[in-house]
Design a protein around this ligand. Sequence first.
Ligand code: SF4
Ligand code: SF4
Length: 645
Amino acid sequence: MSKFNENVFNATNLTVRKREKLFRERNLDSLRERAVAKRTTSLENAQSLWETTAEQFRANGITVFFADTVSSANRFISDNMGESKLIVKGKSLTTEEMELRQVLERAGREVVETDLGEWIIQQRNELPSHFTAPAIHLSAGDVAEMINHKFGENLPPEAHALTAFARRHLREKFKCADAGIIGANAICADPATVLAVSNEGNVSLSARLPEKLFIVTGWDRIYDSIEGMEGVQRLLSGSATAQEYTSYVDFFRKPLPHQQAFLVVLDNGRKALMASEFSEGARCIRCGACLNICPVYEEVGGHTFGKVYHGGIGALLTAFTGKGRDASSIASYCLRCKTCEPSCPMGIPIADLVAQLSESYPLPFYLSLPLKILGRNMGVVSGRGQQNSGSKSASESASGSGVCSDSNSNPAPASREAVFIGCAFRNPLMKKERKEIESALSRFFPNAEILDSGCCGMPHFYKGQLSAANDRLESIRKMFNPYDRIFLPCSSGFAYLREYLGDKIQLMSVAMAETAGKIDSDIPVFYHQPCHLKTGPGTSEKADLNQVIPFSEWENENRCCGSGGTYFLQHPRISRKILSRKETGMDGKFTIVTSCPSCLLQLRRVFGKARVVHSVSFMSESAHGKERRFFTAYQAAAGEEQKGT
Ligand code: SF4
Ligand code: SF4
């Protein structure tokens, strides 16, 4: 059961705002292309780079162990711990994946987490709830309560007092520790160097004071050279904590004179990930930026996902480093909204990878059955927009006659333009919008054909039904072949098909705005950005529509509405919670315009039917000289309608 957590929401939103400011001011996005290239080529050459690295480290006196599995890594570390009783440990997701602390504790050793957040969750016997901020789910009050209860203190819920207590406590542990364990953010192959970034100085102390040092890292942490690594590290700090640099950057090349040092390199599925069709996911540097901006994560935090890796990328990492059923459960939480992708410094197509991964996971029948129906050709009938305007719609003709044809049997169209209706506007709840699309044809697309064959295949793709998605795409490709431009009223279908079929695929709303006259409104008109227009060519929809629609500023216009097509069926409480954020500060008379039919239906759940209008309807009504009637009717209805109906 998911638990909502306001601490997570506040902390992630603050980090997102700070990150955006830092990236803008320091132009950090300009580092991305080179950093991705650096990471990609290093991963491609990982095998030979690790050979070079191991040779150099061994020559420097560091014992290097390549572990295929978690159990072999844990066994190696346990065997080489010797008589060590007290171990100080830095934050490391890889060691969390290995459950290394628990293994050592079961063997009777005391292991103390020295990162403040990790130390707090260790005391509470919890998993980290974020890649870089493990105690993000807790307030100062929660931490004070834990310390006062467990250590007999009487501390106020005040960060300075709590930190001072933890520092005093940890100092004693550092002084007495026999061994230290740290993670590594990166390993440079030549000259062989370990790089670890941190903010509290605990990594430096954990690594340098004890007589034994264990550095644990993943097979995917390798880089070919120092050159270019700075860019990756700046993106890591900026993305993780909105810092230009972390407070500490530690480098290790050989043991200190009093030390014995070990480097443990864990595979545990990383090589398989790198060799798979999901290899782009191996670029992940665990910065957590995708979590901070994820509409699901920011509501439920990391514990809902149940494992060490959270969010969409967590599903992928868990699929290769953990169990399939855990990955399947984590993947089910992903809306496939793509909100995270622009924030990922490594350019990982997270939503697409989760969709592909989901191919091997079962779908509940309430999703598989409708997808099966949508996967069918529903009859392809082309008719002139002008001729059909106000008359029987093409789809009605098609279903009435039972005709089902494809482009091969259609006569060659006189025009080279068409409007592809898509499946959403076959929904009885969208009857009115469907009529308005058809009525827009005579004014805006007089020469366009209507193509009404059902679904574009996007819902199948994002639910992991890849073969059905491919079938749809092939059918659509054939159908679209004779046309130069295809207009889509559905923004999600537009974003999906545009990726495969190129710029002949156009957003209907944007095309209408090119010729529509200015629209006046005496109530605020807000724009809701569909998530699938947050990347790619549709990102400018608002600016394009703004040429004719006088949008008012809305601070939540880019916030996901939690629709995700069918997400409200799978995770209704989370979907509703995400939706509730859109309500903040919304009062009185207003209209919300959006191009996504799924968002439209979702937004109507809280704002009512009258207040939420499809972009095509909005311009279509106005273009027919009905502004006054349009607004009056909508305002009247908005006044009468109960919110949430
Ligand atoms: S696609 Fe959306 S729901 Fe999935 S991880 Fe990214 S932001 Fe979160
Ligand atoms: S997927 Fe991208 S944003 Fe998310 S943790 Fe990995 S590198 Fe960071």
